[in-house]
Design a protein. Structure first.
Length: 160
């Protein structure tokens, strides 16, 4: 077990000590994609989702999730986030539409915000599904991934 960073000498889980790390500006961008039927898309455009605007509620849920990531992902450090912002983009496909939910999370800290961005994108997608499921339950949350991250000793990562 000594080769694992998140396990102590007794083979038990631990949170890694980051106290000696430098504070750097950190950003992470994550994306979730949801497939939508034409029916769902039209209901959104016409304001016929009975629960209200699904992107507004999804954004609030995503921001709350980013702030609570350390409460649900066991080895994540609590982070003082300085910013969380969303971009929603509907794209037409051959079978309907996709909603691309992109979130950027920023902080100045000793550890990255990738998990906060991924959690925010995931929860925003789940919330969007919940808001629209009365119209069509066949929506699919099909992809959640890290698009980019900056800061820290490993520097910049950009998905190709």
């Amino acid at each position: 077990m000594n080769n694992f960073t998140h396990w102590n000498e007794q083979g038990r889980p631990k949170m890694v000590d980051i106290s000696a790390k430098d504070i750097t500006q950190r950003t992470a961008i994550a994306r979730s994609i949801i497939t939508l039927s034409n029916e769902v898309y039209q209901a959104i455009q016409q304001g016929h989702i009975k629960k209200g605007d699904p992107t507004q509620v999804a954004q609030i849920a995503g921001i709350m999730a980013a702030k609570k990531t350390a409460d649900i992902i066991p080895m994540c450090h609590p982070i003082m986030l300085q910013g969380t912002d969303f971009h929603f983009d509907y794209q037409q496909t051959t079978s309907g539409y996709e909603l691309h939910i992109e979130v950027m999370v920023t902080c100045s800290g000793k550890t990255g915000v990738e998990m906060e961005a991924l959690t925010a994108a995931s929860v925003a997608a789940l919330t969007f599904y919940d808001m629209c499921k009365a119209v069509d339950k066949s929506m699919v949350i099909k992809e959640t991934c890290l698009i980019q991250k900056t800061g820290g000793k490993n520097g910049t990562y950009i998905r190709e």
